[in-house]
Design a protein around this ligand. Structure first.
Ligand code: GRF
Length: 201
């Protein structure tokens, strides 16, 4: 079975990364986590990758004068590693339009709300302030506009009386860990069915 070579992008603790790595251990899983990329060398998720024996690449955005130059360096690293699909999981940099278009249809992200509600940051604060009775998470294709791409899958959780951003975040995160592996499976299966899955040079 062809496994789609996938890079997971992180900036932090990497609990979604863990969930994806666990899922990808199944013999019939259509994605191989071939690289973990981070813009931060102290991202906790890098240790998760090392433990699992997955190659990592760190490039600090601070070393570049523009988003385009940073993204060009990322793109070169991805090509060197033969990456075919990007799964962002808590990656805290906005990409240039050039990069997003280059990886069109091959770059997905998980966001901790029921998009189109509550894009951006402080998501659980936004949900609680709006008084919604349910929230959840969304896996979507990435487009140049933030958190606005076509939705691949969503999972809902209740918002409970007395919830704080932290308690809601924990409930949503547990749902993320189930949703993301399923969504990546769906996307990778579709890509694997295509003949030429490398992005055009
Ligand atoms: C998750 O809530 C994800 O939805 C958001 O950032 C968080 C990353 O958490 N984009 P982790 O690093 O996967 O634990």
């Amino acid at each position: 079975m062809k496994r789609v070579r996938t890079a997971v992008f992180i900036s932090g603790r990497g609990s979604n990364l863990s969930a994806l790595i666990d899922a990808a251990r199944a013999p019939d899983y259509p994605a191989k986590i071939a690289l973990v990329f981070s813009n931060k060398e102290d991202a906790g998720g890098l240790a998760v990758a090392h433990e699992a024996g997955i190659p990592t690449k760190v490039i600090s955005h601070k070393a570049f004068a523009s988003r385009e130059e940073f993204d060009a360096a990322i793109d070169a690293a991805l090509r060197a590693a033969g990456i075919e699909l990007i799964a962002e999981a808590g990656f805290m940099r906005i990409h240039s339009e050039w990069f997003v278009k280059r990886w069109h249809g091959r770059m997905i992200n998980i966001h901790p709300s029921l998009l189109p509600l509550f894009p951006g940051i402080k998501v659980h604060e936004q949900a609680l302030a709006a008084g919604v009775t349910e929230s959840g998470c969304t896996v979507h294709y990435m487009v140049p506009e933030l958190d606005a791409g076509p939705i691949i899958a969503q999972a809902k959780v209740p918002v409970l009386p007395g919830d704080t951003p932290e308690t809601l975040a924990a409930r949503v995160l547990a749902a993320e860990h189930k949703l993301y592996p399923e969504a990546l499976r769906t996307v990778a299966q579709k890509l694997a069915a295509r003949k030429n899955i490398q992005p055009s040079p």
